[in-house]
Structures are given as structure tokens and as C-alpha cells.
Design a protein around this ligand. Sequence first.
Ligand SMILES: Nc1nc2c(ncn2[C@@H]2O[C@H](COP(=O)(O)OP(=O)(O)OP(=O)(O)O)[C@@H](O)[C@H]2O)c(=O)[nH]1
Ligand SMILES: [Mg+2]
Length: 222
Amino acid sequence: MDEPEIDFTEAGRRLFTRECEFYWAAAKKDGLPPPRGVEIAFAGRSNVGKSSLINALAGRTGLARTSNTPGRTQELNFFEIAGAFSIVDMPGYGFAAVGKDKVSAWTGLIHDYLKGRVELARVFLLIDARHGIKDTDRPILDTLGKSAVAYQVILTKSDELTAAQRGARLAEVEAAIKKNAAAHPQIIMTSSRKNDGIAELRASIASLLNDRSALPEWATAE
Ligand SMILES: Nc1nc2c(ncn2[C@@H]2O[C@H](COP(=O)(O)OP(=O)(O)OP(=O)(O)O)[C@@H](O)[C@H]2O)c(=O)[nH]1
Ligand SMILES: [Mg+2]
């Protein structure tokens, strides 16, 4: 018998109506939490809007700490969502002003985690819609290309662009990642400020959890 079709938009909405809770910060690779199931990581340049996007998903303002100053998130911060999966807020890369030691420590941590974490089901790679993919994104794209984990590009701060600029950026980034086998073909345009693309992103998470047999029954029940 065919499986009934799942409404992932509704399932994604339901996931984020439940408890979202910070539970762990890791500054080193050997300081990662014991596994709690599926992890989804948010990576990207400093200041691209990772923490803000996590707050928008959760529908809360202060869950992940945000700031105007790049370098706000300094550890891997783990949040449990709905008792079903974890979101990992990562430090940003590409920001030099915090000092070389910190930058190399964060970079090491980011790359170690992305390469070696069994629980990691997907990386959302955030790219500022105003700027597109830059040279500073290359090292992480290389790491993601070599690791077994699939990534999905999420464009941020779409509220800063006109509709025409958004269309052009989407086409450009689509073309840039097309040949990369590890890249999810769907790119999501988001604005944490306007809540644009948030329902789509939640749906993408619900669909991923379903692929991993980790979507709770209550998320799809009648
Ligand atoms: N216009 C606009 N600004 C945004 C949006 N999302 C975040 N910002 C701003 O971008 C800045 C950085 O946001 P964060 O969420 O702290 O960025 P981050 O990627 O977590 O930064 P680090 O932790 O330092 O790597 C803040 O000033 C936010 O207000 C958005 O959707 N639109
Ligand atoms: Mg942050």
C-alpha cells in the first residue's frame, strides 16, 4: 500500500510549536555532547545571520544570542527542538578581527565537527543574499564536498534586496552549486526580519527528519 502523502509544511510548523531548549556548548571537538539523535547545523560567515535564523525558526527572540558585531557565537551551541532533533548554532568564519588564535580554534572546531559527526544529518550553509558565495566560503565548501554530509544553501537577509535582485542571486547561486553532488538542489531565500522563507525552511527540516525516520508521529497526525 502507498504511504499517505505528508504535509511537510504543516509538520514543520508543528515541530517549532513545541519546546526549543539550549542544552550544550562545545568549544572543543572533544567537548561535544553525547548523541541525542539527528543534528542539523547552521554554518556560514560571521554575521550572516545564523543565530537570528534559528530564533526565527523557533519563533523566539532570545534563544540563540545575536549581535551587530561579528564573532558573537563562539562555540557550537546545541538546541533540542521538540524532543525530536537538535539544531547546532556554529561560530562564523571569515572574520579576522577577533585574533588569529581564536580564528584558528573556531575554524578547527567547525571543520572537525562537519567532517566527523555521525549524528549530523544536514548542514544549512548560510549565504548573505546581498553578497552571494565569496572566497571566504571556499574552505567550508571544500570540507563539505569531502565529508559525507549533505548541505543546503540558505540565502539570508532577503529583505535587503529587491525582487529582481533576489531572482538574480538565486539563479547565480543555483548555477554555482549545480555540479556539487553534496549540495541539496533547493535553495531557500530567507529573511529573519520579515519571517520570509521560514515556513519553507521548517518544511525542509520536517522532510529531512522523515527521511531519517525521525519525524515524530504527532507532527503528521490528523
Ligand atoms: N536585514 C536583516 N538583518 C539581519 C537578518 N538576520 C540577521 N540580521 C542582522 O545581522 C546581524 C548578525 O546576526 P546574527 O544572527 O548574530 O549573525 P551570526 O551569523 O549568528 O553571527 P556570528 O555568531 O557572529 O557568526 C545582526 O545585526 C542581525 O540583526 C535579516 O533577515 N535581515
Ligand atoms: Mg551567531
